[in-house]
Design a protein around this ligand. Structure first.
Ligand SMILES: Nc1ncnc2c1ncn2[C@@H]1O[C@H](COP(=O)(O)OP(=O)(O)OP(=O)(O)O)[C@@H](O)[C@H]1O
Ligand SMILES: N[C@@H](Cc1ccc(O)cc1)C(=O)O
Length: 337
């Protein structure tokens, strides 16, 4: 796989393709980040972007993980002291998940977001951005139903982080795209207080997983079922066993099932195949024996044709997910001991 393929595999969107191709021509030492509101426990949504960071690390990028403590505070996720404590827990889980400790820089937002130049730059963006624009950027990020003033400052600061961390590429789930678009439009128009380059950076967005039980809407940790590093092997098996996984999809039918995604296949595609060379589905001899897949497409085709039964696919998915999650679970156990 060449650098461009590795950088962009499983990305839903890159902005712009031309800029990302230029990075792929010489990725060594380029800087990329994902920012996370510290929430204590990594869930499968965080893991998707972390998997992309692992790809980028392999391609030669320097990875920055922003533990966005100030942003979590602005999004009403707790007191500042509580947020700082959960950030520390999250850092260890990212390393356990497979990020290379020597090539990953962890930065707290509060390390630079309270500096005078940064604060003045935020104010400059407050002057140049309409209320409507900031609110739209936050639509998929804002916690709670009521927009607060803090929710309007939040996306402006996120747009500025990309400048202050001297990044060459910003990565996030597709829910971050409007903030990234705000970055691309507003930053080049700034006067700016600092020596950083006020230039728009390319962005890469990872997919949003569908709800595990229904395949409709977004998998969410506050409602519905999600997989996290707190889950035991038995929890994972139970959750995956209950997941929506229709055996076949008939494109001609207007049955409701066709509007749903298949979360089991999504997790195979975005979380499992990028981390394992091959996937083995164990089956008793009487049902045809083990199946081995080198790529996602052949597994999906077998599920579609009926060669692979959903129950067998789910069993394998639970095993592979457990393997990915086990080291982080161990870290949590040690922290709580
Ligand atoms: N369904 C999903 N699929 C992929 N990534 C997701 C998903 N949900 C959240 N993320 C990612 O996980 C990170 C945390 O997002 P967020 O706090 O919104 O998730 P959450 O804990 O599920 O929140 P909520 O309970 O409000 O839905 C973000 O980086 C986001 O892009
Ligand atoms: N907006 C991100 C968190 C974040 C904060 C600041 C950033 O610079 C980047 C990302 C989220 O929804 O989780």
């Amino acid at each position: 796989m060449d650098a461009y393929e590795l950088i962009t595999r499983n990305a839903t969107e890159v902005v712009t393709d031309e800029e990302v191709r230029a990075l792929a021509d010489d990725p060594e030492g380029k800087r990329v980040y994902v920012g996370y509101e510290p929430s204590g426990v990594l869930h499968i949504g965080h893991m998707l972007t972390a998997t992309k960071l692992i790809d980028l690390q392999e391609a030669g990028f320097e990875v920055v993980v922003l533990l966005a403590d100030v942003h979590a505070y602005l999004n009403d996720k707790g007191t500042f002291a509580e947020i700082r404590e959960t950030a520390e827990r999250m850092r260890d889980q990212f390393l356990a998940y497979g990020l290379d400790a020597d090539a990953t820089e962890f930065v707290y937002g509060s390390e630079f977001q309270l500096d005078e130049e940064y604060v003045l730059d935020t104010h400059e963006l407050e002057v140049s951005t309409t209320l409507n624009r900031a609110q739209r950027a936050m639509a998929e990020i804002q916690g709670g139903d009521t927009a607060k003033v803090s929710h309007l400052v939040y996306p402006l600061m996120q747009a500025l982080d990309i400048v202050y961390l001297d990044l060459d590429l910003a990565v996030g789930g597709l829910d971050q795209r409007k903030v990234h678009m705000l970055h691309r439009e507003q930053i080049p128009a700034m006067d700016g207080e600092s020596d950083h380059a006020y230039e728009a950076r390319p962005c890469l967005h990872t997919p949003i997983l569908a709800d595990l039980d229904t395949g409709v809407g977004k998998m969410s940790s506050s409602s519905g079922t999600t997989i996290s590093m707190e889950d035991s092997e038995a929890d994972i098996a139970e959750k995956i066993n209950g997941a929506f996984c229709p055996p076949t999809r008939d494109p001609e039918s207007d049955d409701e099932g066709n509007e749903r995604e298949n979360p089991v296949l999504e997790i195979f595609e975005y979380s499992v195949f990028p981390r394992f060379d091959a996937v083995v589905v164990e089956r008793p001899e009487e049902y045809g024996g083990d199946l081995e897949y080198d790529d996602y497409e052949s597994l999906a085709a077998d599920l579609e044709s009926g060669e692979l039964h959903p129950a067998d696919a789910k069993g394998a998915l639970a095993d592979y997910l457990n393997e990915l999650i086990a080291p982080g679970r161990e870290v949590l156990r040690e922290l709580d001991a």
